[in-house]
Structures are given as C-alpha cells and as structure tokens.
Design a protein around this ligand. Structure first.
Ligand code: FES
Ligand SMILES: [Fe+2]
Length: 372
C-alpha cells in the first residue's frame, strides 16, 4: 500500500484529474466576477474578459498567495487587490505596480474552461489533454420548449457516497417514500413491478449504465404529469466519470416493453412522455461536495402550477438524500476500519468504484498533474 492509498478511507474515492468538472450552472457566472470555486481541493477563480469569455485561474496570487477571488476584474485581466499585480487570461503576469521587470515565476495556473449546455466545465488535468469533445453531450438541457429547473446543494460528505446513491436507485422507494418514490416500490412489490431483465447495470465508455422497465400503476410517481396515462416506463441512468448523472424516464403505451424485447425501446415508437434529469457531483475536498441537479417533466404542456409542485418534490427529495448521506458519512468517519456488507443492488456503484480506482491507478502511472 502506498502513502496515497493509506490516506484514503475504504469508503472514499480518489480524485481524478484528467476530466472536465462542472464548476456550476452558467447562470451562476453571468456577472464578470471574480467567482471563487474549489474543485478537487484546487481553489479556482473564474471571471469574464471583455469578450464575455470565461477565464479560470488558480485562486492564489503568485506573489504572496492572496486569493485572486478578492481581486478586481480590469478588462481582460484580474488584479490582485493585495499589492496590485495583474494577471492575464493565460495566467501570465502583465503588470507589477512601480516595477518594469516581471520575474519569470510571476504567473498562475490557467485552467481550460468551456460553457456548454447551461453548465460551466473546468478541465482539472494537464491542459495539453483538454479535449472539448470529452464534455458529455447534454443537449437535452437546451431543447426548445422544455420546462426545466436547476438547483444545487452543498454536501458535507465524500463524493463517493453521492455517486453510490445515484448508482443505486433502489433507495427511492424507501428514502423517498413520501416524495419522489413510487408508492408500491417496496419489498417484493419492487421486484414484481420490474419487467423481465429487472434493473440492469453495466459498464459503458467512461461510466456505468442502469436500465429498467416497469409497467402499470407501479411506474407512476408524482413526477409523472397527471395527463400522461399509465403504461410501460423505460428508465435509463448513466453515471459518467468523474460524476455526471444523466437520467431519462420515458413512458410508453402498454406492450412497448415486450415489443422491444425488454431492451432499449425502438426509436420509431413515440413516447408518451420523456422526463430528463441531469446532475453533477463535483468534489470540493474529501469531505465536501457540490451537487448540481435539474429536472424536466418531459411533457411541454404541463401546467405551471403542476410543474411548480413537481419541482418542490424534487427539492424535498434531494434534501432527503443529503440528510441521509451526511449522517452516513458521520458514522463512517466514526468507524473508519469497519467493513460494509453488499447486496445485489450495489452492482452499479461497485462497477463505478472499480472504474474510478483503475483510472486513478493509470493517472498515478502517467503522472497526472494533480494539485499544484
Ligand atoms: S499577494 Fe497578490 S499582489 Fe501581493
Ligand atoms: Fe435519492
């Protein structure tokens, strides 16, 4: 066991560097800034230049390490408001008050940043590897006419526990029995309402996918628009490294599950509704995580009052997750050496944990840039 592994408790996951991380919803960065964020233990400051392009720099002045997020945006540059040194979008120092010579080390790290699909993404690894095509396709967030709401929560927990939660939705019928849970989705009833194939977890490129079919009234919860009739509900959730969750719930007329062989529905069959939720789990530190969530009910004509009621349920549901996971983290930290016992429903997050551990091992071999 190396020194790095010793630091990580059995339930934690290491931070991966060579990935795009969600820094926030674009709406959080409408002003020029500066805006302070911390991602995988690295403090970052974001601001907008004169062309309204977002810039991301290490939030630490190269001079005496004052936070640049307490500085001032001046044109394309950010001025540290301790002794007035200015830095450009590439992190290079452009001016030192009362001094003509700029020392070569007077620079800060610049992070690649992308605004796409209502989110701001920051690349936390080597800038040479920052490939914009690796940002997950979340075009559904930009669909015209879609009713959609956005929120975020701050967790006092390792990001692994939130990943666990999103990769094992068997908790919905219990933890969320009074909010987003389906009323009969408990005990044997949960098993009975899954159609053949059950709830299947498998690895995909850079993530884990869970798919299932549920039929009849058991498929209905309060997040399904009242005007949508009962039928066969197909659910797909993708959880991509480092922590992007994409969920789609499509209600079809009865019989579509069987006609599709209980697999992915035929794309030529129209769905009665198509709800989506995009979420992101961004580690701040080993015991802090920022969680971003969104919800769209999948029927454009949902009355505003019904949508408002659904959004309240969504927020209440995620507050239940937060309460449970933070309490779980406290117990884990009180008993760092204990072993957990597994069940079949854990398969999704077991696959994900293996994937993250493998990527972390590869990263340490290739000398990922890590924290500076
Ligand atoms: S610490 Fe930033 S200018 Fe001195
Ligand atoms: Fe939950």
């Amino acid at each position: 066991m190396n020194a790095c592994q010793e630091r990580i408790r059995p339930t934690d996951l290491p931070f991966l560097t060579d990935f795009w991380y969600v820094a926030g919803w674009r709406s959080e960065f409408e002003s020029v800034g500066p805006h302070a964020r911390t991602i995988i233990d690295q403090p970052i400051v974001l601001y907008r230049d004169r062309k309204n392009k977002l810039v991301a720099l290490a939030d630490r002045c190269a001079h005496r390490w004052a936070p640049l997020s307490l500085g001032r945006v001046e044109g394309d540059t950010l001025r540290c408001m301790y002794h007035g040194i200015r830095f450009g979008p590439d992190g290079a120092c452009v001016a030192i008050p009362e001094q003509d010579v700029i020392p070569p080390k007077m620079c800060v790290r610049a992070y690649p940043v992308i605004e796409r699909n209502k989110l701001v993404w920051v690349w936390m690894g080597s800038p040479d590897l920052a490939d914009a095509s690796l940002v997950p396709d979340l075009a559904a967030l930009d669909q015209d006419g879609r009713k959609i709401s956005f929120g975020s929560l701050d967790y006092k927990a390792n990001y692994a526990l939130i990943a666990d939660n999103l990769l094992d939705l068997s908790h919905i019928g219990f933890l969320h029995e009074n909010t987003a849970g389906r009323p009969v989705a408990s005990g044997n009833l949960a098993r009975a309402c899954y159609l053949p194939g059950g709830s299947e977890a498998k690895t995909i490129d850079h993530g884990v996918r869970v798919e299932s079919w549920v039929s009849g009234p058991a498929a209905r919860n309060v997040l399904l628009p009242a005007a949508v009739p009962d039928g066969d509900l197909w659910t797909r959730t993708d959880f991509l490294v480092p922590g992007i969750f994409i969920s789609e719930d499509r209600m079809y007329p009865y019989g579509v599950a069987e006609r599709s062989g209980f697999r992915v529905p035929d794309p030529n069959i129209a769905a009665l509704s198509d709800a989506i939720s995009v979420q992101a789990v961004t580690p701040v530190s080993d015991r802090k995580t920022r969680y971003f969530y969104s919800f769209s009910p999948g029927a454009d004509d949902v009355p505003a009052s019904e949508f408002e009621a659904m959004w309240t349920v969504v927020k209440d549901t995620f507050a239940e997750d937060l309460k449970m996971i933070e309490a779980q983290q406290i117990i884990i930290d009180e008993h760092p050496a204990h072993q957990m016992a597994g069940i079949a429903a854990d398969r999704g997050f077991v696959l994900f944990r293996k994937m993250v551990s493998r990527l972390a091992a590869e990263q340490s071999q290739t000398g990922g840039i890590g924290a500076i």
